[in-house]
Design a protein. Structure first.
Length: 245
């Protein structure tokens, strides 16, 4: 780190749990963020500001007017632009010293390749089939997965390391059978709830890279913003899981 880096990240470095060593870990890390929507927007902003050295952001979609209520990385003048291009501009405006790679064509065919390039993956998508594919790629590549979901007033968050013998993967929690996709298009979402969950997702990614505190491995954090309740439940590894069992 040079003098400018030490000044930029000084409020983190002064934390005894972080210091120069853990800040350097963050600067040396690569994170793959899949989805630049309600979850990916706050995650991307905070991870860029915190000093993640290389952020790979993936989304094939373009900014629409209805996105702006919760996808705070995009502005009115970005309507019609690709979300990754809009997001990259805001991230570099906050921190021009980091590297940002944009992906508009992340598919099941190249997902494994990109997951292997990352030290950690943040899933901000909104359908089960995509989440299952991301989980499978993370287990095979032995890469931690920070998974978040948000709808209406509710959010969920966990960190999955299903490649470890005693840790569950995402599919241990949700089987492919019996799950129907719910998303904010049909059900709505209160804007700050997305901000809350995306920020927590970024927090857990940073803590996992630095190996700090409670990382939510083997646990599911459930938040109800309407009554402001936080509840954590244990997730067990499924011995019959087709991905990590």
């Amino acid at each position: 780190m040079n003098d400018q880096d030490l000044l930029r990240y000084s409020r983190q470095i002064m934390l005894p749990q972080v210091g120069i060593e853990n800040q350097q870990k963050l600067l040396d890390s690569t994170m793959l963020l899949i989805g630049m929507g309600g979850l990916g927007s706050p995650s991307a902003l905070y991870l860029a500001a915190a000093g993640v050295g290389h952020l790979i952001i993936a989304d094939f979609d373009k900014v629409e007017l209805s996105n702006l209520q919760r996808q705070v990385i995009h502005h009115t003048q970005d309507i019609g632009k690709y979300k990754v291009d809009s997001a990259k501009a805001k991230m570099l405006a906050i921190n021009p010293t980091i590297k940002i790679t944009t992906l508009k064509d992340l598919t099941v065919d190249n997902l494994d390749l990109w997951v292997k390039k990352a030290d950690i993956v943040l899933d901000g998508t909104d359908n089960f089939e995509t989440r299952f594919q991301i989980n499978k790629a993370c287990v095979h590549a032995r890469v931690p997965l920070v998974s978040a979901a948000v709808i209406r007033f509710e959010g969920q968050l966990s960190v999955f390391k299903g490649y470890q013998a005693d840790q569950p993967c995402y599919q241990c929690l949700y089987s492919k059978e019996g799950n129907s996709d719910e998303n904010c298009v049909e059900n709505g979402i209160l804007a700050p709830v997305a901000g809350l969950m995306g920020s927590l997702q970024a927090l857990q990614a940073v803590k996992t890279i630095m190996n700090l505190g409670e990382q939510l491995t083997g646990q599911l954090l459930m938040i109800d913003a309407l009554d402001l309740s936080f509840r954590s439940v244990k997730i067990s590894k499924d011995a019959a899981c087709p991905i990590c069992g």
